[in-house]
Design a protein around this ligand. Structure first.
Ligand code: PBG
Ligand code: ZN
Length: 329
């Protein structure tokens, strides 16, 4: 009988051997999510005893400072060591003055966390959009967001956050020169040791919709396309990141995450800085909604998307699922 190349004995290579048993699969797994790599976003608002669920983000809450402290402490007990703070001020104005008020909501929340939760790492999102009456990430001149006048306010915001005790400054406004302006202001104020995690590559994404519910930060006119990036552009993403590296960024972020895995990978290959990716509100809401309808297995989809983000090259992931992930691990 003629020897057939497809007979069993000729099948030397069998990838299935390494999938044969769970312990072998664990042994050869290339990508792991660990609690150390996760950053948990929290939304802090005025009042006391407030814990208000965000309509489009089940499981995510606006919390007053007292509740924030409890939530951060609980997350820390579960294994989360880093949080990023977003603030909902009581009053908004044209210049977003609540962002750089030393008694602002994020500043007070940061002080409370630093006093009451030992060794929690506080990252401050540094932007004006939650504090401006028009909801844009900078001040307005001639109907558009004015770049250079905004830099001064963003830098003041960063310094006031550092004074309150923030460990990392994370500017998210996509203003040209924001990283350089923040670095200079932090250094001048004696915060040479405070690092900058730049939202260097931030797309003008429809996936931010639920966040704007959570942070009450939807622009009141127009949209953010004159400062956030066009989702169609990849080369421009590297240009944005180059500029932030040159201005002194310590870490780079890509946002959103799952629809931009190619960008995460390109950033990973090109830079030696740590790369963060933000699994944004719309990514979270999509998974939640399908899960609540019983259409997908939430835990598995959550882990699969986060693993993909890590596999693409993210060192750190910002995710509303952080607490659920550490429970799962
Ligand atoms: C704005 C900001 C946004 C997010 C964080 N900070 C987006 C925006 O409104 O443009 C989005 C986060 C999310 O969707 O989870 N500086
Ligand atoms: Zn903003």
């Amino acid at each position: 009988m003629a020897l057939n190349v497809f007979t069993m004995t000729n099948l030397v290579h069998r990838p299935r051997r390494l999938r044969h048993h769970g312990i072998i699969r664990n042994l050869v797994r290339e990508t792991q999510i660990t609690p150390n790599n996760l950053i948990y976003p929290l939304f802090v608002c005025a009042g006391e005893g407030v814990r208000r669920e965000v309509r489009s983000m089940p499981g995510v809450f606006n919390v007053s400072i007292d509740e924030l402290v409890k939530e951060a402490a609980a997350a820390q007990r579960e294994g989360i060591s880093s949080i990023i703070l977003f603030g909902l001020p009581e009053h908004k104005d044209e210049e977003g003055s609540g962002a750089y008020d030393e008694d602002g909501i994020v500043q007070r929340a940061t002080k409370a966390l630093k006093e009451e939760v030992k060794d929690i790492l506080v990252i401050a999102d540094t932007c004006l959009c939650e504090y401006t009456s028009h909801g844009h990430c900078g001040t307005i001149a001639d109907g558009d967001v004015a770049n250079d006048p905004s830099l001064d306010l963003i830098a003041r915001t960063a310094v006031s956050q550092a004074q309150a005790g923030a460990d990392i400054i994370a500017p998210s406004g996509m203003m040209d020169g924001m990283v350089g302006a923040i670095r200079a202001a932090l250094d001048a104020a004696g915060f040479t040791h405070i690092s900058i995690l730049s939202y260097a590559i931030k797309y003008a994404s429809a996936y931010y919709g639920p966040f704007r519910d959570a942070a009450d930060s939807a622009p009141q006119f127009g949209d953010r396309r004159s400062y956030q990036m066009d989702p169609a552009n990849a080369r421009e993403a590297l240009r944005e990141a180059d500029l932030d590296v040159a201005q002194g960024a310590d870490m780079l972020m890509v946002k959103p995450a799952l629809p931009y895995l190619d960008i995460i990978k390109a950033a990973r290959e090109r830079y030696n800085l740590p790369i963060a990716a933000y699994q944004v509100s719309g990514e979270y809401a999509q998974i939640k909604a399908a899960a609540m309808n019983g259409w997908i297995d939430e835990e598995r989809v959550m882990m699969e998307s986060l693993t993909s983000i890590k596999r693409a090259g993210a060192d750190m992931i910002l995710t509303y699922y952080a607490r659920e992930v550490v429970k799962h691990l």
